[in-house]
Design a protein around this ligand. Structure first.
Ligand SMILES: *Cc1c(COP(=O)(O)O)cnc(C)c1O
Length: 409
């Protein structure tokens, strides 16, 4: 996250001092760097320039309409996983011919929206779903372009809760079942198989699983002699959460994808989420109380697991940094926790952290992906604000939810 840095003792995002932002904006809130989003997206498209893929931003990683709009303006499409995300992508001005729809449990209502809005591709994840698409399309007297998401049975070597491409995972259709369905597909007159897709997991840090998937797909397409408009290679590219992780150098993979695309004469779709927005946001939170425990001190924040769920859900580690640095240290252990009545509502343990006091502020870093989009009203807490920084300008892109409205809804 190049746009987040200390100037002297104080943390800045782009050209704004966070101390100053905190004088105007009440915590907790998400704060994003617009120029980091733009940088990440352009870097990704540059890496795959030769292949000229359709880059469908995975809207579930951050579905704020203002952020979808920024990406849409740069030419991004969207990968959506619900009717709601589909309508948000359209609201953000993303063209329907750049929207792909993934997910194992799309309802008839959602499929109808997708068909009526003429999106690029419905990526079916079961035979039954493809048959339902055919049935709806027949009623509407349309022929619908579909993809099949395959489960290539490749280990993404990532956290088991975000692995999606192994046989034991619910996602995609096994190659065996796909082959068998293919024999009957011509009986369904209102669908046309235009694409195959894969998405093997998230926060992937090595290129081996991607290479393996590419070779599985290549062999299959050749063996079955499929003529496809697109192969959708999904997302999953990892980011450097700790500052020490090695992330994939995508240049080699880009060459492989390019020759794959040329040999099979098909277009390529990508669905990156985390790698576009993950390192673009921080969650600002106030230290409400400090309480001594038996072997550590609890730093009780005003942000909770309902605002930011990743540590509780995936054991995710996110660096917590002070908004203003001081030299003196706290001896012993501290644990940052939130107010929610769950023991998993905690954000990280540190040894010899700098001195911090009640009513001071910290930033939880790299929360741009699967942060606000995973938040909830648990404990009847309103959804928090989201604020966007561009150079020295500040803009609310979501107001904090109104508590009375929440109670009365
Ligand atoms: C979640 C998801 C993505 C995005 O994954 P990232 O790890 O955020 O890049 C892409 N495609 C599908 C089908 C998904 O479910």
């Amino acid at each position: 996250m190049q746009n987040l840095r200390y100037v002297g003792k104080n943390l800045f995002l782009e050209k704004l001092s966070i101390v100053n932002i905190l004088k105007k904006c009440k915590t907790p809130f998400y704060l994003y760097s617009e120029n980091q989003i733009i940088h990440n997206y352009l870097k990704f498209t540059k890496t795959f320039k030769k292949t000229n893929p359709i880059v469908c931003f995975a809207a579930k990683s951050n579905s704020n309409v203002a952020i979808l709009k920024i990406l849409g303006k740069l030419g991004a499409g969207a990968d959506v996983v619900s009717g709601g995300e589909l309508l948000k992508a359209l609201k953000a001005g993303i063209k329907s011919n750049k929207i792909v729809f993934s997910g194992v449990g799309k309802t008839e209502e959602e499929l109808k929206i997708a068909i009526n809005k003429k999106i690029l591709l419905i990526n079916c994840e079961s035979e039954s779903e493809a048959i339902l698409v055919d049935k709806i399309a027949k009623k509407l007297r349309k022929k619908i372009s579909i993809g099949f998401r395959l489960n290539p049975n490749v280990d993404a070597k990532t956290h088991k809760k975000i692995s999606t491409g192994k046989a034991e995972n619910k996602f995609g259709l096994s190659i065996r079942n796909f082959k068998s369905f293919l024999k009957d597909i011509s009986t369904y007159k209102n669908i046309r198989l235009d694409a195959l897709s894969v998405h093997i997991g998230s926060q992937i840090l090595t290129d081996a699983p991607y290479k393996k998937t590419l070779s599985v797909m290549y062999k299959l397409i050749k063996q079955l002699n499929l003529k496809l408009k697109f192969v959708d290679l999904g997302g999953g590219f990892g980011i450097n959460y700790s500052g020490k992780e090695k992330i994939i150098n995508l240049n080699k993979y880009s060459n492989l994808v390019n020759s794959f695309s040329k040999k099979l004469k098909c277009g390529i779709i990508f669905e990156p989420g985390r790698s576009i927005v993950g390192d673009t946001g921080v969650l600002l939170s106030k230290i409400q109380y400090i309480k001594k425990g038996s072997n550590k001190s609890f730093i009780i924040l005003d942000a909770g697991m309902n605002d930011f769920m990743r540590p509780a859900l995936y054991d995710a580690k996110h660096k917590i940094i002070p908004v203003s640095k001081v030299k003196s240290k706290i001896e012993g252990l501290i644990e940052f926790v939130g107010p929610i009545c769950e023991s998993t509502c905690k954000f990280g343990t540190y040894k010899n952290y700098q001195k911090i006091k009640e009513n001071e502020y910290i930033a939880i870093t790299n929360v741009g992906a699967y942060g606000s989009s995973l938040s909830s009203n648990y404990n009847t807490r309103p959804l928090i604000a989201e604020i966007l920084v561009n150079k020295n300008k500040l803009k609310y892109i979501r107001k904090k939810q109104n508590l009375l409205k929440l109670i009365n809804s």
